[in-house]
Design a protein around this ligand. Structure first.
Ligand SMILES: [Zn+2]
Length: 85
């Protein structure tokens, strides 16, 4: 019976303070996602047409901009300091 419990959802009542300014448990992190397009040239339209797209994994690093919707704090993701409840 050595199963690992699933990660708690971020908006459960067990959420810990996260914003370094006001302790709000929810902050927004802005990250970018890489998209690869497959294109082909359609001579009858004289333009490139997108025939497929592949969206990469979205993730952020320590330098990603973070914002607290509660107090307006702006910083970088590494400044977030989750504390165990
Ligand atoms: Zn805050």
């Amino acid at each position: 019976m050595a199963t690992t419990p699933p990660e708690p959802l971020p908006h459960t009542t067990a959420a810990a303070p996260l914003c370094p300014a006001c302790g709000n448990p929810v902050v927004q992190i802005t990250a970018s996602v890489e998209v690869q397009y497959q294109v082909m040239y359609e001579s009858h339209k004289d333009e490139l047409s997108v025939i497929g797209e592949q969206i990469g994994d979205g993730c952020w690093d320590d330098r990603a901009p973070a914002t607290c919707p509660n107090c307006g704090w702006h910083g970088e993701a590494h400044a977030l300091q989750p504390k165990a409840p």
